[in-house]
Design a protein around this ligand. Structure first.
Ligand code: UD1
Length: 416
C-alpha cells in the first residue's frame, strides 16, 4: 500500500490539466466499434485507463502508447466475454456492454455491484438496451446480452444517468434506423464522446431535448484529442484557495466548471478566465457557502468531497447537499479527525468553518474522497498521511508530482 506524506506548502505556479478521465473511459470502449486503428491523443496513464486496457487486451484488442498517445486496434477482437477478475472493482467496465453490443451483438460481464459511494445499480442501462431489442439474462451476478438485430427506437431515460446514456449511444450507433434518447445526461464528456464517434463516421446530433442517432453500417478509425478534465481542474483550483496561494491552469475549460467558479467568487478569491486558462489568487478570508450537487450543468458530485474541504475552513456555516450518490460522505469522518466540524444528516452535511485543519493519518476510501483528504493535508498544520492512494491515482495523474512542482511538500512512500 502507498501513502502520501504531506507537510503543507503554498501553491504557486502553472499546471497543465490532463484529458478527462470520464471521457477517456467511454472512448476506450468506443474504440472496439471499429476494426480500424483508433488513436486517443494525450491520454494520461491513469490507473482506471490501464485497467480498461487490460480488459481490452483480454478480448484480443491490441493497445500501446506512443508517447502520450494511446493506440487501440480491435481488428482481432476474439471474445465478447469480459474477464471477471479484471472487471471486478472497475465499474466503468460496464461501458463495454454497449460497445460490444454494437460490435458483436453479444456481451457477457459480471455484475459491477455497489461501491464505497453507493449501490450504483445498472437497471437504466439494461432497460434501455432492451428497448433496442437486446435480450438480457441477468442472475444478479452475471449479465449476458445478445440480439439478432439492434433496432433504433425513441427511448426516455428515467434519470439522466451518465453511464446509461453512454452505453445506449455506443449500442445504437450501428443499430438499424434512428434512435432518439430523451432525458439524456448532458455532461461535457458525453458531448465529447459524441464528437469522437462522429469523427469515426457516426451520425449523432444533439439538441437540448434529445440525442438523435442515425445508425450507420460501419465506423472507421480516428485520431482524437479528448477534452480536458474539469474535475482535475476544480481540484487544483481548490488547492490554490486552500493554501492561500495562486495558480494558473492551462488546458482548462472554464465553461465546464462554472458552478465551482461561482463559489470562488462568493468566497473572495480572484478569478480570471481567458480562453483555456483559469487563474485563481487567494485574496482574504474564505466565506461560508451552500452547494447542492446535481446532473450537469448543476454542481458536479465529483467535486462535492473536494469542496467540502474548502467549506471546512470557510468562516460561518456551509451546507453541502449530495443529490446524486446516496453514500458519498465517506471522507467526512476522516476530515473530522483533522479538526473539521462537519455533521452529516441524510444527504446533507452541515459544516462549521474552523480557522485551519491539523495533520493526521487518514485513509482514502474512494477516488474523490481521497483527493479531498490530500487537499485537507495541504491546508493542515503539521504532517498529514493519506493512506491507500491507489484510489486517488485512479483519476489523478502524477498528482503528487504536480503538487510538488507547485510548491507543496509531498512525497509518496510505500507503507509496509
Ligand atoms: C459517472 C462518472 C462519475 C460521476 C457520475 C455522476 C464516469 C466514468 N463516471 O458515473 O465520475 O460521479 O457519472 O456525474 O463517467 N443510477 C441508477 N441506475 C442506473 C444508473 C445509475 O439508479 O442504471 C443511479 C446511480 O446509482 C447514481 C445516479 O444514478 O445514484 C447517477 O449515476 P450515473 O450518472 O449513472 O453515474 P456513473 O455513470 O456511474
Amino acid at each position: 500500500m502507498e501513502k502520501y506524506v504531506i507537510n503543507g506548502g503554498k501553491i504557486s505556479g502553472s499546471v497543465k490539466i490532463e484529458s478527462a478521465k470520464n471521457a477517456l473511459l467511454p472512448m476506450i470502449s468506443a474504440s472496439v466499434l471499429t476494426d480500424e486503428e483508433v488513436v486517443i491523443k494525450s491520454c494520461p496513464k491513469l490507473l482506471d485507463v490501464l485497467g480498461m486496457l487490460k480488459i481490452l487486451n483480454k478480448l484480443g484488442v491490441k493497445t500501446q502508447f506512443d508517447g502520450n498517445d494511446l493506440i487501440i486496434n480491435s481488428k482481432e477482437l476474439t471474445s465478447c466475454h469480459l474477464d471477471d477478475n479484471l472487471t471486478r472493482g472497475l465499474r466503468t467496465s460496464v461501458l463495454m456492454l454497449g460497445a460490444l453490443m454494437g460490435r458483436c451483438k453479444t456481451a457477457k460481464l459480471n455484475y459491477p455491484g455497489g461501491c464505497e459511494i453507493g449501490k450504483r445499480p445498472i437497471d437504466i442501462h439494461l432497460d434501455s438496451l432492451k428497448e433496442l431489442g437486446v435480450s438480457v439474462c441477468d442472475d444478479g451476478k452475471e449479465i449476458f446480452c445478445y440480439a439478432d438485430r439492434l433496432i433504433g427506437k425513441e427511448i426516455s431515460l428515467s434519470f439522466p444517468s451518465v453511464g446509461a446514456t453512454e452505453n445506449l449511444i455506443l449500442a445504437s450507433v450501428k443499430a438499424e434506423g434512428i434512435t432518439k434518447i430523451h432525458n439524456y445526461a448532458k455532461e461535457p464528456e458525453i458531448l465529447d464522446l459524441i464528437k469522437m464517434l462522429n469523427s469515426m463516421g457516426a451520425r449523432i446530433a444533439c439538441s437540448n431535448l434529445c440525442v438523435t442517432i442515425e445508425g450507420v453500417k460501419e465506423l472507421h478509425g480516428t485520431k482524437y484529442l479528448p477534452l480536458s478534465d474539469r474535475i482535475e481542474a476544480g481540484t487544483f483550483l481548490l488547492a490554490g484557495a486552500l493554501t492561500g496561494g495562486e495558480i494558473e491552469l492551462i488546458n482548462a475549460k472554464p465553461q465546464n466548471i462554472l458552478p465551482l467558479i461561482g463559489k470562488f467568487c462568493e468566497s473572495t478569491c480572484k478569478i480570471i478566465l481567458k480562453n483555456d486558462i483559469i487563474y485563481l489568487k487567494f485574496i482574504r478570508g474564505l466565506k461560508a457557502f451552500d452547494v447542492t450537487t446535481g446532473p450537469y450543468p448543476l454542481f458536479p458530485t465529483d467535486l462535492q468531497a473536494p469542496i467540502s474541504v474548502l467549506a471546512s475552513v470557510s468562516k460561518g456555516k456551509s451546507t453541502i447537499c449530495e443529490r446524486i450518490f446516496e453514500n458519498r460522505f465517506g471522507h467526512i469522518e476522516e476530515l473530522n479527525k483533522m479538526g473539521a466540524k462537519i455533521r452529516v444528516d441524510g444527504d446533507t452535511a452541515t459544516i462549521i468553518g474552523v480557522s485551519r485543519l491539523h495533520g493526521e493519518r487518514v485513509i482514502a476510501k474512494d477516488l474523490r474522497g481521497g483527493a479531498a483528504l490530500v487537499l485537507a493535508g495541504l491546508n493542515a498544520e503539521g504532517q498529514t498521511e493519506v493512506v491507500d492512494v491507489k484510489h486517488v491515482e485512479r483519476g489523478y495523474y502524477n498528482f503528487d508530482k504536480k503538487l510538488s512542482m507547485l510548491g507543496i511538500d509531498i512525497v509518496k512512500v510505500k507503507e509496509l
